[in-house]
Design a protein around this ligand. Structure first.
Ligand code: 4GS
Length: 240
């Protein structure tokens, strides 16, 4: 997959894109990233990308002209069409299911990071999709872009080892994770649950399933349906 990012803070991307899983995906050539400075598409001496809102009010608005020039120029850098995503609290809430679809359905994404109070409404005509990463207000779309890149990259074929398949494809899909333990077996008087030390795999699987379900009931009942079962009708869940 190729991911292009359009931002006024390109320097925010290089460190995170080089680290951890995303760095590995790039080394493996599973992921290619290109970060673009929106100011490269301004024409004035001060490289202006924002202006005061029509109608008055606080703050500044991101101008449509540099944004659209940039999007069209970046589109033309590759023959694959880039599925273009804008980040805004007014977007569709981002989910694991959407991350999976983006990883599976597109070979190229263009992530547009807004700043200031907002983006000139006319620029949204160039968005294929508007995504929100949660109900809070950030200073810019850069952190949402990082969140999306991280969530999508780990789902690209070959990026993770065995780790994913076991957990993500299991009967515990749609539930919170069961509690995990590693050595030592006793820490300050706290024991690892006996069943995990037993080596009895059927019992261990049953215990984990029960724990995942119980934890989901207590902490995230919204993920379950009326009967307290995994809700396959959840908007964020994939039915397949
Ligand atoms: C989000 C969010 C966000 C909104 C960007 C105010 C700067 C800011 N974007 N999910 N202008 N939450 N964007 O807070 O996606």
């Amino acid at each position: 997959m190729r991911i292009d990012v359009l931002t006024i803070f390109p320097e925010m991307f290089e460190p995170l894109l080089g680290a951890s899983m995303i760095g590995r995906a790039r080394s493996l050539k599973v992921l290619e990233t290109q970060v673009h400075d929106l100011r490269d598409w301004t024409h004035d001496f001060h490289r202006t990308v924002d202006d005061a809102p029509y109608g008055g009010g606080p703050g500044m608005v991101m101008m449509v002209e540099p944004l659209v020039r940039a999007i069209e120029a970046i589109q033309a850098l590759d023959e694959r069409r880039a599925h273009t995503i804008f980040f805004t609290p007014a977007g569709v809430p981002f989910t694991q299911a959407r991350a999976g679809e983006l990883a599976a359905d597109f070979s190229r994404l263009l992530l547009v990071c807004g700043h200031y109070e907002g983006i000139d409404e006319r620029a949204y005509l160039w968005a294929d999709e508007e995504i929100s990463i949660g109900d809070y207000v950030l200073t810019g779309g850069e952190l949402p872009a990082h969140v999306l890149i991280d969530a999508v990259t780990r789902l690209l074929p070959g990026v993770l080892g065995d780790e994913t398949s076991a957990l993500d494809e299991s009967f515990m899909k749609g539930l919170l994770e069961y509690p995990q333990y590693t050595r030592p077996a006793q820490f300050r008087g706290m024991m690892v649950p006996e069943v995990l030390l037993s080596g009895h795999h059927a019992n261990i699987d049953a215990w984990r399933a029960e724990q995942a379900l119980e934890r989901t009931r207590r902490r995230r009942p919204d993920l379950l349906d009326e009967g307290g079962r995994v809700d396959t009708e959840q908007p964020g869940r994939r039915s397949s």
